[in-house]
Design a protein around this ligand. Structure first.
Ligand code: NDP
Ligand code: 2IT
Length: 447
């Protein structure tokens, strides 16, 4: 088996040698899916995984725009249209200076499996730019978004490819992107998700990724007849996903003691309650400030510059910032401090060595493609509402989100439960996602 996996990975490395994040994501899938393919006659000899690691289409384009000082700036725009076997391409846009082909291909590849897990008809895609929104004025953000959409608009559409937010892209950016799409294509359609409530958005979409990550942690705890009530939770990040992971954890009776950004983390021993979270939301979403300002407002909390929160003792860890933010050493520290649950809100936040440490310790560990799927699932619900031209209530959307997260958990058990009862959520998520996409690809032939 090892030879088969190695031979496959050698081929992928040969073609994508300078794409470390993409190779990391493919390796994790290959390790769990290839043994399954070999065991199932219908998938053997069809090179399905080889077809899945090759994007259906990669778009790369120039994004020229003018900054506030009159300078012409040139950024690079991307859209990876990875797989459309089960529905139109669907996935977020990331604006961050680190964005490159490797990072977007890893995210698009993960998205294919994640979207399949949601039970909704969505293929996988991802896009973005190396544009850095930090320190930019609202006018600069608008000009950049308009320039980005001026090119992207000819490649997307409500039945072709439906982008949404990710790091650096939230409600403000989706608004500017939507405005330019509507103008250039002269149509008001559900071409983007994460829209504002008065122009086609869905209730609960802003909350969905963070809430879903916590619902998934609850489902995992239920397998041990336990709950989040009374647990101490460590959260990384302080953006969209982290904020709502914090909110839902607190609502379910847990105490969240950390938040972070790329400059460091804050530790609040008393817990980040609803009032303190409202301060963080205003700080990050409106004032666009830094997390260290939390300790100026709440002096009993501490700020640790340049550090990550993984050394803080906790029962549950929710990594909600970015890829590879939690390494093997930090995983071992979490384990030795008694952490028993990891539910990933970010995409691929744990390094492969960290994942192996969690699995060797047999704790409850969920990979992002399962536990953070609530965001894209609710985007799928936004698309349904747009097509039907109706709006569901908050309770209705939340109920559907809960059911989807519970279904994803069931799929992980179906394909990931080991003989000794341990649930390998990585294996479960990868195989369940693979089966849905592979069956559609087989039915559609070699295209
Ligand atoms: P935001 O831009 O709202 O927030 C990102 C947060 O992560 C910020 O606190 C940011 O800090 C921090 N961060 C980003 N890059 C780094 C880095 N290199 N090192 C340390 N901290 C970093 O993004 P989201 O909350 O939307 O996304 C967070 C994660 O969740 C990403 O992995 C994303 O792919 C994933 N995700 C998002 C979904 C969504 O619906 N938005 C859905 C599913 C997954 P700083 O401000 O200092 O950069
Ligand atoms: O990683 C993700 O799932 C997202 N950024 C959300 C994608 C979406 O289309 O809602």
């Amino acid at each position: 088996m090892k030879n088969k996996i190695d031979a496959f990975l050698d081929l992928v490395k040969e073609r994508n040698g300078n794409e470390p994040e993409f190779l990391q994501a493919v390796e994790e899938v290959a390790e769990t899916v290839i043994p399954y393919i070999v065991s199932q006659k219908i998938y053997s000899g069809k090179n399905i995984l080889l077809r899945m690691v090759e994007p259906e289409r990669v778009l790369m384009f120039r994004v020229p725009w003018v900054d506030d000082s009159g300078e012409i700036v040139v950024n690079r725009g991307y859209r990876i249209q990875m797989n459309s076997a089960i529905g139109p391409y669907k996935g977020g846009l990331r604006f961050h200076p680190s964005v490159n082909l490797s990072i977007l291909k890893f995210l698009a590849f993960e998205q294919v499996f994640k979207n399949a897990l949601t039970t909704l008809p969505m293929g996988g895609g991802k896009g973005g730019s190396d544009f850095d929104p930090k320190g930019k004025s609202d006018d600069e953000i608008m000009r950049f978004c308009h320039a980005f959409m001026a090119e992207l608009c000819r490649h997307i559409g409500p039945n072709t490819d439906i982008p949404a937010g990710d790091i650096g892209v939230g409600g403000r950016e989706i608004g500017f992107l939507f405005g330019m799409y509507k103008k250039l294509r002269n149509e008001f359609t559900g071409v983007l998700t994460g829209k504002g409530m008065s122009w086609g958005g869905s209730l609960i979409r802003p909350e969905a990724t963070g809430y879903g990550t916590v619902y998934f942690a609850q489902s995992m705890l239920e397998t041990k007849t336990d709950t989040l009530n009374g647990k101490t939770v460590v959260v990384s990040g302080s953006g969209n996903v982290a904020q709502y992971a914090c909110e839902k954890s607190t609502q379910l009776g847990a105490k969240v003691v950390t938040l972070s950004d790329s400059s460091g983390y804050i530790y609040d021993e008393e817990g980040i309650d609803a009032d303190k979270l409202a301060f963080v939301m205003d700080l990050k979403n409106v004032k666009r400030g830094r997390i260290n300002e939390y300790v100026e407002r709440y002096p009993s909390a501490k700020f640790f510059s340049g550090e990550t929160p993984w050394s803080v003792k906790c029962d549950v860890a929710l990594p909600c910032a970015t890829q590879n933010e939690l390494n093997e050493e930090q995983a071992k520290t979490l384990l030795s401090n008694g952490c028993k649950v990891i539910s990933e809100g970010a995409n691929m936040p744990s390094t492969p060595e960290a994942v192996h440490a969690f699995q060797a310790a047999k704790i409850l560990y969920a990979p992002g493609k399962a536990s953070n799927a609530g965001g894209v699932a609710t985007s799928g619900l936004e698309m349904s509402q747009n097509s039907l031209r109706i709006n569901w209530t908050r309770e209705e959307v939340d109920e559907r989100l809960k059911n989807i997260m519970s279904d994803i958990h069931d799929s992980c058990i179906q394909f990931g439960k080991q003989d000794d009862g341990y649930i390998d959520y990585v294996k479960g998520a990868n195989i369940a996602g693979f089966v849905k996409v592979a069956d559609a690809m087989l039915a559609q032939g070699v295209v």
